[in-house]
Ligand binder design. Sequence first.
Ligand code: ADP
Ligand code: MG
Length: 203
Amino acid sequence: MGTEQKATNIVWHQATVSKSEREQINGHRGATLWLTGLSGSGKSTIANILEKMLWERGVRSYVLDGDNVRHGLNKDLGFSDQDRNENIRRIGEVAKLFTEAGVMTVTAFISPFRQDRDRVREIMNDGDFIEIYVKCDLDECEKRDPKGLYKKARSGEIKEFTGISSPYEEPERAEIVLENTAKTAEQSADEILAYLESNGYLA
Ligand SMILES: Nc1ncnc2c1ncn2[C@@H]1O[C@H](COP(=O)(O)OP(=O)(O)O)[C@@H](O)[C@H]1O
Ligand SMILES: [Mg+2]
C-alpha cells in the first residue's frame, strides 16, 4: 500500500520550535477537523463556513478539500479501493504537518473507509484528530447533487461512486455527529465551533 519505509539511513530531525510554542503564539490549539460523509452531504460547504467563523476570531486555519487535492498532490490517484487508501494516507500526513504547524486544519474528504480514517487518527497525537461525521441521507444527497455526480453514477457513467457502487462505512467513534439532513450548514458549523470552545481548542 506504499506505507512501508523505503529509504534507509534517514533520521528524524527534531524541530527547534515546538507545537506548543506555536500554539502559545497563535492563542489556540492546532488540530485536524476531519469531515467525513457522502458526496453532497455538505462537507465542503460546512468547512468553508466554519473557516470563515474561525478566521473572524483570528484563528489560523486551512481547508484541505477533496477535489483540490486531487488536482495536485494526488492527481496520480483514481477511485479504486487502493487509490482511495493512498489518497487518505497522503492527506492524513499533510493534515498532520499542518496540525504540527499549529494550524486549525479542516479536511473535507468522503474518506469512506473506517480503517483509512483510523490510520490517520493513529498517526496524530491524542486530541489532535477530531472526526466529524457529516451525516446526511443518501436520498437527500442525491436530491442535492450539486455536481450532477449521482446522476452519472446511476447511469453507470461514473464507476465506484460512494453510496451507489462503492461502500461508505459510518464512523463508530466520531467526536461529533452532525445530523445534516435537517440542519442548515450554518447550524452544523456552529456545532463544531461550540465543540472547539467547550473542549479548550480555542482558549
Ligand atoms: N444543510 C446543508 N448543509 C450543507 N449543504 C447543504 C445543506 N443544505 C443544502 N446544501 C447544499 O448541498 C450541497 C452540498 O455540497 P457540498 O458541500 O459540496 O458537499 P460535499 O463536499 O460533502 O460533497 C451544496 O450545494 C449546498 O449548498
Ligand atoms: Mg466537497
